[in-house]
Design a binder for this molecule. Structure first.
Ligand SMILES: [Zn+2]
Length: 323
């Protein structure tokens, strides 16, 4: 295999289907993990369901719903989308949800860059876009919030609390917290044994206050954006700290090269070397890193609002850093 084949653009060379595992984390609380592909979940109310994340296409979402329907036939009242990324939201129509809920900023980001992000993510991760023609268009939320949104689940099921913890993986990530069972759906703010995508991120906020707030929730089971469910307080904290370590390593490596007036390519090489032993074999590491370093470089240049990724800019950055 040539070096060019070994580093096919982003995840375009990854066409192998992953094994999916549906876990019942508590009575009426479900998580579907898939060996590093994006995780999804669902929570039962008395006579309705809350779905968490929508997958990349309605066809891909229907595969998840078919598995969920082996456990419950309640209708989906709320579809919660943790952030705007295409592989999380474009399958939304399959749920026939009454209310799609996101953070305020997610609506802003969909309006600003939803179309470009769709094209970019399709190019980066074609396998996740099963039957791409089934996508009816951009996904728009029906309800948005800035800090907190509570869904009473009915009966003795308690509340589902949707919470904003600060800027992180994007400007508008939210988590879904079930205090009754101490289960947290963390979206892409936390990855358990998967690399981080930080191409639209705020590294300094994420690695400090935002992760501190996620940790302070005190979850005993955590479903990250990708990777297995973290079971038990120790594993939850380990996943959060592993996420933080990825970010702080990036900040110190890219920061040092930036500080001494080096190049983006040098920053990429240094970060790759520093992260490789701990993270290099985990899903999407090689795919993400050029975009991650590029965004952090901008952030250190004082560009607060992430530049929009387009299919074209993706290829340029890839050629410059992984080529
Ligand atoms: Zn994401």
């Amino acid at each position: 295999m040539s070096a060019a084949e070994a580093k096919a653009f982003a995840s375009s060379g990854d066409m192998e289907e992953k094994v999916e595992t549906l876990e019942v984390l508590a009575d009426g609380v479900y998580a579907l993990t898939a060996e590093g592909d994006p995780n999804v979940g669902a929570i039962e109310g008395e006579d309705f369901l809350v779905a968490f994340e929508a997958r990349a296409t309605p066809v891909a979402a229907r595969d998840w719903l078919a598995k969920l329907r082996e456990h419950t036939d309640k209708p989906v009242k709320y579809l919660v989308l943790s952030h705007y990324h295409a592989v999380r939201v474009l399958g939304a129509s399959a749920f026939e949800a009454e209310v799609i809920v996101t953070h305020d900023m997610t609506r802003t980001l969909i309006a600003e860059r939803g179309q470009q992000d769709w094209e970019s993510e399709y190019g980066r991760m074609p396998r996740l876009f099963r039957e791409p023609d089934s996508i009816p268009g951009l996904t728009w939320p029906d309800a948005t919030f800035s800090d907190r949104f509570t869904v009473p689940l009915g009966g003795s099921r308690g509340d589902l609390v949707l919470q904003y913890c600060g800027r992180g993986h994007t400007a508008g990530d939210i988590v879904a917290w079930l205090p009754e069972h101490r289960v947290l759906f963390a979206g892409d703010l936390v990855e358990a044994q998967a690399a981080l995508y930080t191409g639209d991120a705020f590294h300094r906020d994420w690695s400090t206050g935002t992760l501190d707030r996620v940790k302070a929730i005190g979850a005993e089971q955590l479903i990250g954006g990708r990777g297995p469910v973290a079971q038990g307080r120790e594993a939850v904290d380990a996943a959060i700290e592993q996420t933080r370590r990825f970010l702080t390593t990036m900040l110190s490596e890219v920061g040092a090269v930036h500080e001494r007036g080096g190049t983006l390519k040098e920053a990429f090489e240094a970060t790759h070397a520093a992260l490789y032993d701990d993270f290099g074999r985990w899903p999407i590491f090689e795919h993400c890193l050029p975009f991650d370093v590029s965004r952090l470089w901008d952030e250190l240049d004082g560009i607060d609002w992430p530049r929009i990724w387009t299919a074209e800019r993706d290829r340029q950055v890839w050629a410059e850093l992984q080529g």
